[in-house]
Design a protein around this ligand. Sequence first.
Ligand SMILES: Nc1ncnc2c1ncn2[C@@H]1O[C@H](COP(=O)(O)OP(=O)(O)OP(=O)(O)O)[C@@H](O)[C@H]1O
Length: 151
Amino acid sequence: MKKELPSAIPLDQESQSPLRRALSFQVADNLFASFRYAWAGVSYAFVTQRNFRIHTLIGSIALGLGVYLKLPSVELAVVGLTSGLVLVMELLNTALEAVVDLTVQQTYHELAKIAKDCAAASVLISALAAVIVASLLLLPPLWAVLSATMG
Ligand SMILES: Nc1ncnc2c1ncn2[C@@H]1O[C@H](COP(=O)(O)OP(=O)(O)OP(=O)(O)O)[C@@H](O)[C@H]1O
């Protein structure tokens, strides 16, 4: 369970300097800056979290298949929403893991375990829901296309 924390800053005298304190509150003072910080979060999750990459790929395939199969727009929207929900849960899971690691500093704590397990469970539940939705909406038309193609 030991892992490298990205840019962990020791809470020594130097890290309490006015400059560091000022830098730690980089307030997004305009819309563009807010998007930049949000995009930095997406990039971080994509680069560091294998599951986020897998879910991005699967969600894109499901949406692409929905477009190819000419699903009604409401059904496409449902596929998009459930795929998006999995990515959102992955992002929240990543954020929570970072906060927990920051808080307990790589020591074992029962509450840290509960927090991380529940966050991971939220990803699992949303992924299961996405699989059920994709199966219900994509498999019947896909089966029809495959049957027609194979005669
Ligand atoms: N500080 C801790 N105290 C107690 N248990 C922990 C702690 N850190 C992690 N765990 C346990 O180890 C599991 C994996 O934690 P870890 O931080 O390695 O997540 P991860 O494998 O990176 O998860 P993900 O694949 O979602 O990124 C947690 O679900 C939790 O059960």
